[in-house]
Unconditional design. Structure first.
Length: 248
């Protein structure tokens, strides 16, 4: 994959096929790899998502990329890496393709009601609770698989473009990395938070929480990027992790 934007400070390696770019980069990070290392694969044989799920990553379709960051941050601020990456992806897609994406807290991006991107951030912390590294893994479904998505994903997953579209993954990677660099270097400031909020697809919706199964209404996203929800008794709380599904 040919990247443009020679000004980028990254060390990028492209692979035709790996098990998982996150798994590989985590091993490199644990061995002392400096930040700025990026692994991109055309295909993964064991792509991973959150909550031990697999992530479908067929050849030629998606941008499957992991980025190593080592900002000196306490754990609470490190939680902002995933939202930063989500806005970086959404802004990059809009600038390269003119396609507007919604963000489903905390790590999913949607286009026309279908998930087109997931982000898996895997971090390690020192004994005093500071971040030692974060591997931010981005799986963006750029072109639809020629044979479609597997049956179990066909009602959920989508792609930005049809299967025969020209390959724009290099431009997308360049734009995502450029934006991620700016957002991560700004931490603990969160200049991306207004965009995260305005792209949110959950605000004012009824959702089911996972874990727990509670049915709640989403009131908004607070300054720590927590999901603020209100239960049926009118009691509100802020969630810093978890998932939810929209009640239709
Ligand atoms: C999710 O939807 O739960 C997150 C999916 C993250 C997938 C990306 S693809 C590149 C990187 N390598 C992986 O194994 N996972 C992430």
């Amino acid at each position: 994959m040919k990247m443009t934007g020679a000004d980028l400070p990254w060390r990028i390696t492209h692979y035709a096929s790996v098990d998982s770019t996150n798994t590989m980069l985590k091993a490199m990070a644990a061995d002392g790899e400096p930040e700025g290392r990026v692994l991109i694969a055309d295909r993964q044989t064991a792509g991973r998502g959150r909550m031990t799920r697999s992530f479908f990553t067929p050849p030629g379709c998606g941008l499957y990329m992991s980025i190593l960051f080592r900002p000196d941050l306490p754990a609470a601020d490190a939680l902002m890496l995933t939202p930063a990456a989500a806005v970086a992806v959404a802004d990059a897609v809009e600038s390269v393709l003119g396609i507007e994406l919604g963000i489903k807290w905390v790590n999913d991006l949607f286009c026309d009601g279908r998930k087109v991107c997931g982000i898996l951030t895997e971090s390690a912390f020192s004994a005093d609770g500071r971040l030692t590294y974060a591997v931010v893994g981005i799986g963006l479904n750029v072109r639809a698989p020629a044979d479609g998505f597997p049956a179990e994903l066909s009602s959920i997953a989508g792609a930005l473009l049809p299967a025969d579209a020209p390959d724009c993954r290099p431009q997308l990677a360049t734009e995502i990395l450029r934006r991620c660099a700016a957002f991560v270097s700004a931490l603990p400031q969160v200049p991306f938070l207004p965009a995260y909020r305005s792209r949110s697809v959950l605000v004012d919706r009824e959702v089911l929480l996972n874990p727990g199964g509670d049915r709640v209404k989403v009131l908004g996203i607070d300054d720590a990027c927590r999901l603020v929800v209100q239960d049926g008794d009118g009691v509100s709380r802020a969630l810093s992790s978890g998932e939810c599904s929209v009640v239709l």
